[in-house]
Design a protein around this ligand. Structure first.
Ligand SMILES: CC(C)(COP(=O)(O)OP(=O)(O)OC[C@H]1O[C@@H](n2cnc3c(N)ncnc32)[C@H](O)[C@@H]1OP(=O)(O)O)[C@@H](O)C(=O)NCCC(=O)NCCS
Length: 192
């Protein structure tokens, strides 16, 4: 009887709580078309990235981003079991010596069908661990978040990012209203 109950529990758990496996890895230049598709899917279904619209995300632009980040190893992607990209995070390293300790223009998103499943946390944790290892010189990671983006604000806060300021009416949305941007930064990631 005990054995039957055990098997039944395993079976029900497998049915109700399917475990999704993702591969998180460094991005390569070859990821450009898949990254374009993913980014466009994200901005089409949410306005959390209100500073950019679908038609503004072009293959040329994605190629430029990959050119600036792949060599520096500051871009990471999550791949689904079917090899499609379902998440991405990157930051840029300024060329100026006075800013070489910063990671700026950080962008981070997960495909809408894969949000709220823990992937975002896995992806940013992986990125931070890799930045610590490959870039001990980076002592400041900065990003901007829309004030209404509770999920992202909670996630960054839980990882030690601190709010440094607000930019009122920073982003004009398609409906004519404005969004406030919250500026956040993580200092000395190697110690966190
Ligand atoms: C923000 C984003 C990357 C988070 O990815 P995700 O895979 O959905 O997040 P996770 O499931 O890993 O959740 C991680 C944490 O986010 C927070 N969070 C997620 N969804 C939340 C919600 N609906 N409300 C409040 N907090 C939430 C929680 O702190 C959560 O940690 P916990 O589960 O330990 O409490 C994703 O929602 C996304 O791509 N949104 C659209 C684009 C975007 O906003 N990017 C960030 C721009 S700065």
């Amino acid at each position: 009887m005990k054995r039957i109950l055990y098997c039944l529990t395993i079976f029900l758990c497998a049915c109700w709580l399917p475990i999704q496996a993702y591969l998180i890895r460094d991005a390569t230049a070859a990821d450009a078309p898949a990254l374009l598709t993913l980014w466009q899917a994200v901005v089409t279904t949410t306005d959390s990235l209100a500073s950019i619209t679908r038609d503004e995300i072009t293959l040329d632009w994605v190629n430029d981003i990959l050119k600036a980040t792949v060599e520096n190893q500051t871009i990471f992607v999550a791949e689904n079991e079917d090899k499609s990209l379902v998440g991405a995070i990157w930051g840029q390293k300024p060329k100026l010596r006075s800013l070489a300790h910063c990671l700026v223009s950080t962008i981070f998103f997960v495909h809408p069908d894969h949000q709220n499943k823990g992937l975002g946390k896995q992806l940013i944790t992986y990125a931070l661990a890799n930045i610590k290892q490959s870039h001990p010189e980076i002592t400041r990671i900065e990003l901007g978040v829309m004030a209404s983006n509770t999920a992202a604000l909670n996630l960054y806060s839980s990882l030690g990012f601190k709010i440094e300021g607000r930019r009122e009416q920073k982003v004009a949305k398609a409906d004519g209203t404005f969004e406030t941007e919250i500026l956040m930064a993580l200092l000395n990631p190697a110690n966190s």
